[in-house]
Design a protein around this ligand. Structure first.
Ligand code: C5P
Length: 227
């Protein structure tokens, strides 16, 4: 069977990564969480005082980009690759509300996007890959054999994200999560460089009322048609 490239894009917290991981495991493909890479750069920016509530030193961050090394290492127990920042596992650190509150600003910087897109293209080169993000079908892999655009209402997405954060012990309020989801949607779809848009040839899946199994089944049907 031929290996293909599967691009899954969509708004924040649409459950793209959960489905993408399962599809990749099912097909024996590489899975790449491109959002984790933007989150890792954001964590780097926070740790090095380039960004906080009061200031954002874009020039400082851009000139330090050569020092930002992002990699993935497969964790057999979890069944997916965890993200590393300069050799340190940051999988948990990048999922905090604080990182979520800055990441979309960091993702507007063209130099950051250029560096990460190049790396994403290499990660998907000559392999079967499932990559999820905002610009995978439009910019990273415009020739992907299968493009999916995931949607769900903002409330459904915020509720899912809220439960995820609560389950891992974070103290967060639903309204703050909803606000963050809406704010990221706005910034992601209005930025100049590679805004979040549905690729013309992407197939839209609204998963507001679909179980994970139903979503997986749907995507695998589309894969079978694309192969
Ligand atoms: O996918 P996730 O919600 O973890 O992504 C975090 C943020 O990273 C998004 O809100 C967006 O600002 C940015 N992002 C992006 N392009 C991608 C993936 C993520 O701009 N391909």
């Amino acid at each position: 069977m031929k290996n293909i490239t599967i691009a899954i894009d969509g708004f924040s917290s649409t459950g793209k990564s959960t489905v993408a991981k399962q599809v990749a495991n099912h097909l024996g493909y590489v899975y790449v969480d491109s959002g984790a890479m933007y989150r890792a750069v954001t964590l780097y920016a926070m740790q090095n005082n380039f960004i906080d509530e009061n200031h954002f030193d874009i020039e400082g961050l851009v000139s330090s980009l050569p020092e930002v090394n992002i990699s993935f290492t497969f964790n057999k127990d979890l069944g997916f690759a965890e993200v590393y920042l300069n050799g340190k596992n940051v999988e948990k650190l990048i999922r905090t509300m604080e990182v979520s509150s800055f990441v979309s600003q960091v993702a507007t910087i063209p130099e950051v996007r250029y560096q990460l897109v190049k790396q994403q293209q290499l990660l998907g080169k000559d392999v079967g890959v499932v990559m999820d993000g905002r610009d995978i079908g439009t910019v990273v892999f415009p020739y992907a054999e299968l493009k999916i655009f995931m949607t769900a209402s903002a409330e459904v997405r915020a509720e899912r994200r809220f439960q995820e954060l609560i389950n891992r012990g974070d103290k967060v309020k639903y309204v703050d999560v909803l606000h963050n989801v809406q704010e990221r949607d706005y910034i992601d779809s209005h930025r100049k460089d590679s805004p979040l848009v549905k690729a013309e040839d992407a197939i839209e899946i609204d998963n507001s009322n679909l179980t994970l199994d139903q979503q997986l089944e749907k995507v695998l049907q589309l894969v079978a048609m694309a192969i």
